[in-house]
Design a binder for this molecule. Structure first.
Ligand SMILES: Nc1ncnc2c1ncn2[C@@H]1O[C@H](COP(=O)(O)OP(=O)(O)OP(=O)(O)O)[C@@H](O)[C@H]1O
Ligand SMILES: [Mg+2]
Length: 594
């Protein structure tokens, strides 16, 4: 075995593998350099998603010819003047981005310091390719052409120009959000994509995130123990199928940090379905000495001295903001509701098509429970509106006490409760609402240390796959805290002895199977409390009144009263509203009285 020192060329190519993964990462390095150079304006031009050309021009401080040459050398940086790697305020500090990129592309840098002439240096895959005077305004312009053209191993992993463009756009957006005081322009294949004037953070975020966030967003601003968190997040009801609109920053540095992403998820736990994602732009400010930015070659991850404090600030801060907004969220859903309401015109048309079904709106008004009692045993599997009209109601003569959600007047499609409030008509999704109540009940009981269990007279043996049994067995102690008592019963079975009383009668086998899947998925570094919350949500779903169950008027009113006093009852565990209200004014509008 002979040990040898690698030639600088090879070292640069190896570094390029870590720093530059695709056009977007090269672009990110160039824009960061421009920002570090004190640019007030950064202009980006791309061709074919950056596969053909990436060009970044800035009006920053520029480099002299000597500095230009040095900039292309490995480990040459102007950003650590005093060797203190633990107090980094610039984006760059490793001094390896330019030489790495230059080793896998054709790179040209032109630069001019104010008051002197410009200079240009070209490098072709690590080899000098000429230098000389250049004419340009003060600042720097870097162009990268043919990235990875001669590196087949890398080229293979590049995606279509479209996909690479999307990643480049994302990189620019993240840096533009990080530095709202700087103006940005982005052109792709000759088309202007973005023009951003210097502004403040909220305006910049608003310009780059979905405009809907004006109506569906919650502003965040909180601080604790020297940490500060600001930004905006979407209401749980305004979510996406992908986690692509989550912008996280630590001390103005865009990061894709697992701790932060996890904390964001945890804040929305049980407010949003597992496969849905909130939109967020969150800025964490931490004292410089409490965060290490030197843990990742592309600098997209950081390490906190006190991760628990950061996580606590985020989960706590967001949760509080969301709780405060939860009532408002339901109110906004109401605003959207009238469009979906059938007006008499469409109602008449429907009536003419089915003259024999013309029980009309009076079905909800006067007919007693008895009249439709025979039709109530509807199987759950049936589609919602396959139900025969089964609206039943209380007489509407009595005064309406001032309950926010009103008094139950009837039930529609064996799924929705119709209630009359002082200020309008309320419709409640009974399953969604009940699921939420069960969850909040379990949570309250747990916090008060008073979970009541339903002990099974004959313990139930549930057969499951061995890994599922292992998972449940491993979580037995946590589950016991929720009132679910299980133990291992041979390799492929679990014995259930008791379950949370909050559930009522329940299908234990189905519950255990769901829980095993849930635990498998949660696997990650969640705190016990988060896990329990999540598991509790799954349990709650099992214990809830299904759509399709006929409720008595007393049951309906009990549900409404409990909703009124239960926190977060305006949303189901998946982030959908549990109720909508049609105000008197809106009813009048529907009838053209306003
Ligand atoms: N647009 C620019 N304007 C002015 N100087 C620049 C510019 N781009 C690079 N430089 C100079 O070149 C040096 C090397 O840049 P390079 O990106 O390779 O390393 P870095 O930014 O110091 O660290 P990192 O590798 O972490 O990005 C910088 O330290 C800076 O002095
Ligand atoms: Mg750099």
């Amino acid at each position: 075995m002979s040990i040898r020192r690698l030639p600088p060329e090879l070292i640069n190519r190896i570094a390029a593998g870590e720093v530059v993964e695709r056009p977007a990462s090269a672009l990110k390095e160039l824009v960061e350099n421009a920002l570090d150079a004190g640019a007030a304006q950064v202009a980006v031009r791309l061709s074919a998603g950056g596969l053909e050309l990436i060009e970044v021009a800035d009006d920053g401080r520029g480099m002299s010819p000597a500095e230009l040459r040095l900039a292309l050398e490995r480990h040459a940086t102007s950003k650590l003047p005093d060797d203190s790697i633990d107090r980094v305020t610039s984006f760059g500090f490793r001094g390896e981005a330019l030489p790495s990129i230059a080793s896998v592309s054709r790179l040209s840098i032109e630069s001019r310091v104010r008051g002197s002439d410009g200079w240009r240096i070209a490098v072709d895959h690590g080899e000098p390719a000429g230098e000389g005077p250049a004419a340009l305004p003060p600042g720097t312009r870097v162009a990268i052409a043919g990235l990875f053209d001669k590196v087949p191993a890398r080229r293979k992993f590049l995606r279509s120009p479209r996909a690479e463009y999307a990643a480049c756009l994302d990189a620019v957006k993240r840096l533009a959000m990080a530095r709202s005081d700087v103006g940005f322009a982005l052109d792709h294949d000759g088309r202007r994509i973005l023009t951003l004037q210097p502004s403040d953070a909220p305006a910049r975020v608003a310009a780059l995130l979905s405009h809907e966030l004006d109506r569906h967003g919650v502003g965040i601003d909180c601080a604790r123990d020297g940490l500060r968190l600001t930004g905006v997040i979407s209401l749980p009801t305004f979510n996406r199928g992908m986690a692509d609109q989550q912008y996280l920053f630590v001390n103005s540095r865009p990061v894709k940090d697992r701790l932060l992403v996890g904390a964001l998820r945890a804040a929305y736990r049980d407010l949003i379905a597992r496969d849905r994602h909130p939109i967020a732009a969150l800025f964490v400010e931490v004292p410089l000495e409490d965060v290490d930015v030197n843990v990742h070659p592309a600098k997209t991850e950081v390490r906190f001295r006190d991760p628990a404090a950061v996580r606590g600030l985020i989960v706590g801060g967001l949760r509080r903001a969301l709780d405060e907004e939860s009532q408002r969220s339901a109110a906004r859903e109401q605003a959207a509701a009238p469009v979906m309401w059938t007006t008499s015109a469409t109602y008449d048309a429907a009536l003419n098509r089915h003259p024999r079904e013309s029980t009309g709106p009076s079905a909800v008004q006067g007919s007693g429970i008895a009249a439709f009692a025979g039709m109530t045993g509807v199987a759950e599997e049936q589609r919602l509106f396959d139900h025969a009209p089964a609206g039943r109601a209380e007489s509407a003569t009595e005064a309406v006490p001032s309950y926010p959600l009103g008094v139950a007047r009837g039930q529609v499609a064996a799924t929705y409760i119709v209630a009359e409030a002082e200020d309008g008509l309320v419709i409640v999704d009974q399953h969604a609402a009940h699921e939420r109540l069960v969850l909040e009940r379990m949570r309250a009981a747990r916090e008060g240390g008073a979970i009541t269990r339903q002990v099974l007279l004959i313990p139930e043996v549930v057969e499951l796959e061995e890994p599922d049994c292992d998972r449940l067995e491993g979580a037995a102690a946590d589950l016991a805290e929720l009132g679910l008592e299980i133990e291992r019963f041979g390799p492929g079975a679990i014995l259930a002895r008791a379950y949370p009383a909050a559930l009522g009668k329940t299908d234990v086998a189905g519950l255990l199977a769901d829980l095993a899947a849930e635990i498998a998925e949660l696997g990650g570094p969640l705190s016990l409390r988060d896990k329990l919350d999540h598991v509790a949500a799954t349990i709650a779903c099992h214990g809830s009144v299904r759509a399709g169950r006929i409720l008595s008027v007393a049951e309906m009113n009990a549900l409404l009263r409990e909703m009124e006093v239960t926190p977060r009852s305006g949303q189901c565990n998946h982030g959908r509203p549990t109720w909508v209200k049609l105000g008197h004014g809106e009813i009048e509008k529907l009838f053209g009285r306003r």
